[in-house]
Design a protein around this ligand. Structure first.
Ligand SMILES: Nc1nc2c(c(=O)[nH]1)N[C@H]1C(S)=C(S)[C@@H](COP(=O)(O)OP(=O)(O)OC[C@H]3O[C@@H](n4cnc5c(=O)[nH]c(N)nc54)[C@H](O)[C@@H]3O)O[C@H]1N2
Ligand SMILES: Nc1nc2c(c(=O)[nH]1)N[C@H]1C(S)=C(S)[C@@H](COP(=O)(O)OP(=O)(O)OC[C@H]3O[C@@H](n4cnc5c(=O)[nH]c(N)nc54)[C@H](O)[C@@H]3O)O[C@H]1N2
Ligand code: SF4
Ligand SMILES: [Mo]
Length: 699
């Protein structure tokens, strides 16, 4: 007899409700749950890949140890005790440990509840993570402006009449720092009530194709666009509305003269967006109708990522759209971490590269390789990589490959032998996704409606397997013991969650949430920012001096010559998720997606035809890749998706290795970063493109 279980899809930030039909331990189907309070039946193809993850023959089920280049299965006890002993030994010699925390940990609340204990056991204040390849600029802005790194206003799309998306592709990504399942339908609903979507992107993306207008922008130049929009908005609506005037501190007045100095035609020429388009956007944002401007990866992972995110907030304030229904609003979910965890921190730290930003204890991942390669006593000698694949996700992956080989101890928490975990001494694999429970710990606070939803595990845990949280907790205890520290009791994730829910303003219990498998709708987002600000004077700190100084640096850069090279940008496809669904046979069906997109004019100038092999070269390295000619990318821009590069020696992902694929992060450059956050620059990389040398030689 088959059974149907309502569950949350844990793959991406959208957190859609799915219905999983199972018979015994067999997954018969995974469908959208029409009764789910947030996703209303929506799913994307990746949901079906959960079955591939669950049943993947390449997935590890037992810990493995690398002995003379071969993987040996070992027991948990042996793995934990050997790792603890080796770590204690390395630390005893004064050797430095480190940790890298990858993206899937943000989708597993169990890990979130235990990782602090492992950090304490290892003795780590700071860590590397995917966050400094991603959203750290948002946290810097939120910390300074709103007083908490996680106080994040999101576009209230369901009541908005005008939405500008810059450098985000939610039609493929399903939203980021914005949990917005069923994005396409929400856009269609907005358009049906005469609302408009405008997209600014160097590629005519899936989102651009839904939009009422799409405009190309030169990669890496959006700061000029934002300054231009802000300048125009400040001219059109010189006074703040009453709500915002009461919320914003007096530093707001410093913004006006600083922005007035910029020249609109110069800004427009710099970013390639016409003054008419800029004026039209500003006009629409200032109209009575509610609207918002939102920017994501394309404007976060650039040299001025933090400045860009600050300018976005400033535009939403100046146009009266922050803290407004249909504008941007801060969610109030059942689990409201704002009131439970500290405000976060914005500091600096000494690194191999000198002083660098240290945001919420996050070390800049761009400096990760050099901290392993340095020769002094500060060298990282022991590394724990949890749910991450930095060789493919961080800039200059080939250098990371070399750096990881120098470690005296490396432990990967992963279920595959990947480009990264192949370097490990031990791989500790978790159970399958159907054997874990789920709560949208980090994503509820970013969702377009206030809600709660808990999903229990569907399958029992097979004998001898463990969930990530257990692996983390048990290893932590073993390390505490080996190093002679007190051994703390394990607090199970469910208990921690229940406690946090009850301590949140809504005071709900896990039991009451669990009783509703389709989730509990807690209503639309509300304009309550005045009650939520955590700055000292409870006002929005409009113009932190760091942002003003950075604006000055940007102003000076406007007068520098822009190099006339091709610019490389990334892309995401709805059938992949970073590097970690590459082995799903359902998702990898169809044409090879790891291609170099190039505009017809740029291809012609280089004698490239569709399907040719091209060599793409950056300052750090070069790759050979299949050419896909398309006028969806603007002239002067080429695009390679990230999350590929599985053909490295020793990677045990049979499906992912079938098609030729390379890593864009063998081209991205760790020397470039956002000065205010330490975040990596992963777009607008200067590159040259030519027909592959072997092809030319054969002609
Ligand atoms: N050029 C370029 N680079 C990028 C980006 C880009 O846009 N362009 N995007 C960046 C962004 S936003 C991110 S978030 C990072 C992601 O970068 P990472 O987090 O470093 O890498 P992922 O590819 O997400 O790899 C996740 C790993 O975790 C494993 N895994 C998956 N689920 C689980 C689980 O439940 N338990 C355990 N133990 N392991 C699991 C997978 O097998 C995989 O090896 O990449 C960044 N890199
Ligand atoms: N299907 C799928 N969904 C995902 C993921 C995935 O890998 N696949 N990853 C998840 C993760 S970890 C994240 S962080 C989110 C990211 O979610 P998004 O940010 O929505 O996704 P991206 O595709 O990275 O969108 C970045 C866009 O910026 C554009 N861009 C590049 N450079 C520039 C520039 O200089 N200026 C401007 N204006 N635009 C630029 C790119 O063309 C691209 O369309 O997606 C999440 N969801
Ligand atoms: S959009 Fe994200 S959460 Fe929804 S089904 Fe797809 S992968 Fe899962
Ligand atoms: Mo991400």
């Amino acid at each position: 007899m088959s059974q149907i279980h309502a569950r949350t899809c844990h793959i991406c930030e959208a957190n859609c409700g799915v219905l999983v039909e199972v018979e015994g331990r067999e997954i018969l189907s995974i469908k959208g749950n029409p009764d789910h309070v947030l996703s209303r039946g929506h799913i994307c193809p990746k949901a079906t890949a959960i079955a591939d993850l669950q049943d993947d023959p390449d997935r590890l089920h037992k810990p493995v140890k690398r002995v003379d280049g071969d993987w040996q299965e070992i027991g948990w006890e042996q793995a934990f005790s050997e790792i603890a002993a080796r770590l204690t030994d390395i630390k005893g010699q004064g050797g430095k440990p480190a940790m890298y925390l990858g993206n899937p940990s943000a989708h597993d609340y169990g890990i979130t509840t235990q990782v602090g204990q492992l950090r304490r056991a290892i003795g780590l204040k700071n860590l590397y993570s995917a966050s400094t390849l991603d959203q750290i600029p948002h946290h810097v802005v939120q910390y300074h402006m709103f007083g908490h790194v996680s106080l994040c206003p999101v576009p209230d799309i369901d009541r908005s009449q005008y939405l500008v998306i810059v450098g985000g592709n939610p039609a493929a990504s399903n939203g980021s720092i914005w949990t917005v399942p069923d994005f396409k339908k929400r856009v269609k609903e907005m358009q049906a009530r005469d609302g408009q979507l405008v997209v600014i992107d160097p590629r005519r993306t899936e989102t651009a194709k839904l939009a009422d207008a799409h405009h190309f922008v030169k990669p890496g130049t959006d700061t000029a666009l934002f300054v231009a929009i802000l300048k125009t908005v400040l001219q059109l609506s010189p006074e703040l509305n009453d709500v915002l005037a009461a919320l914003v501190d007096e530093s707001w007045e410093n913004i006006r003269p600083a922005i007035a100095n910029f020249d609109l035609p110069q800004l427009s020429a710099f970013c390639g967006v016409s003054t008419e388009v800029i004026e039209d956007i500003a006009q629409n944002l200032c109209d009575d109708k509610p609207g918002a401007i939102y920017g994501r990866m394309g404007v976060s992972v650039t040299e001025y990522g933090t400045l860009n995110q600050w300018l976005i907030q400033a535009i939403n304030i100046a146009s009266g759209n922050l803290n407004r229904e249909g504008g941007t609003l801060v969610p109030e979910p059942a689990l409201d971490t704002i009131n439970i965890v500290g405000r976060g921190s914005v500091e600096t730290i000494d690194t191999a590269r000198g002083e660098m930003p240290n945001i919420m204890g996050e070390l800049p991942t761009i400096t990760f390789a050099e901290e392993m390669l340095r020769e002094d006593e500060e060298r990282i000698r022991a590394l724990f990589v949890m749910t991450g694949n930095p060789v493919l996700s961080a800039p200059d992956g080939a250098r990371l490959d070399r750096a990881l080989e120098k470690l005296d101890l490396m432990v990967s928490f992963d279920m595959y032998v990947t480009a990264t975990s192949r370097h490990a001494d031990y791989i500790l694999p978790p159970c399958g996704p159907m054997e874990k429970d789920h709560y949208p710990f980090f994503l509820g606070p970013l969702a377009v409606r206030n809600y709660a939803c808990y999903s229990p595990a569907i399958f029992d845990m097979p004998e001898g397997e463990k969930a990530d949280w257990e692996i983390v907790a048990e290893l932590a205890r073993e390390i505490f013991a080996a190093s002679g520290q007190d051994i703390p009791n394990i607090r199970e994730p469910r208990d921690v969650l229940d406690n946090m829910l009850q301590s949140s303003p809504r005071g709900m219990t896990l039991a009451e949430i669990e009783a509703e498998p389709n989730g509990i709708d807690l209503g639309p987002l509300m304009p309550h920012l005045e009650d939520r600000l955590l700055t000292e004077d409870k006002k929005i700190q409009a113009a932190h001096p760091d942002f003003m100084e950075e604006l000055g640096r940007f102003a000076n850069s406007l007068n520098e010559d822009q190099p006339d090279t091709l610019r490389l940008i990334g892309r995401r496809h709805v059938r992949q998720n970073n590097s970690w669904l590459a082995n799903s046979k359902r998702l990898q069906k169809g044409p090879n997606r790891c291609t170099l997109m190039i505009n017809p004019a740029d291809a012609e100038a280089r004698g490239l035809a569709d399907g040719d092999m091209a060599t793409v070269e950056s300052r750090v390295n070069s790759v050979d890749i299949i050419v896909e000619i398309t006028d969806d990318v603007m002239k002067g821009v080429v695009s390679i998706p990230h999350g590929f590069g599985h053909q490295r020696e020793g990677v045990e992902l049979s499906v992912a290795r079938e098609n030729p694929n390379v890593s864009i992060n063998d081209l991205t450059d760790p020397e470039s970063y956002d000065r205010l956050s330490g975040n990596a620059v992963l777009n607008a990389t200067p590159v040259t493109v030519a027909r592959m040398a072997e092809l030319v030689a054969a002609e």
